[in-house]
Design a protein around this ligand. Structure first.
Ligand code: ATP
Length: 134
């Protein structure tokens, strides 16, 4: 399978830089799978799982917010958070999920609710990526 160059950056720095066969990532429009030769493209990222395939091996990650761009067979992801499954602290994610669910149930103001729902989505993405990476 043909490869393409993928770089993933967060505010902490470059978290991935390599040649890959495929990137599956959650955009605000839904999941997108990018393969070599994909048309030039720019999209905002949602909160969800990502899957990178390189040398026939799949790695899963949790991603939140940012952008993905494809230009001349080079793919760049700039995101707010990115954790590979083996970097995810599963207990922290489970606690974050419980805290967000409890706070949503207690129904405070609606602005807080949107932030809490995003927090819950991040926790669910981390739990899902961790389970896929087991
Ligand atoms: P928490 O309430 O546990 O902090 P959060 O969703 O509010 O969760 P974020 O603001 O999305 O956390 O992330 C803050 C930083 O902590 C980022 O660098 C992110 O990669 C890291 N992080 C958050 N949760 C986890 C986790 N379960 N395992 C590993 N890193 C995490």
């Amino acid at each position: 399978m043909k490869n393409f160059s993928l770089k993933i950056a967060t505010p902490d720095g470059l978290v991935f830089d390599g040649e890959v066969e495929s990137l599956l990532i959650r955009t605000t429009e839904g999941d997108v799978e990018i393969l070599a030769g994909h048309a030039d493209f720019l999209s905002a990222l949602g909160i969800g799982r990502a899957r990178i395939t390189a040398n026939g091996e799949k790695r899963f990650a949790a991603v939140s917010g940012g952008f993905v761009s494809v230009r001349k067979n080079e793919v760049n992801v700039v995101c707010t958070t990115f954790e590979f499954s083996d970097e995810i602290d599963i207990n922290r994610a489970k606690l974050a999920k419980e805290r967000a669910e409890d706070a949503i149930k207690s129904k405070k103001d609606s602005n807080a609710e949107a932030l809490l729902k995003a927090k819950l989505s991040r926790a669910l993405a981390r739990i899902s990526a961790w389970e896929l990476g087991k």
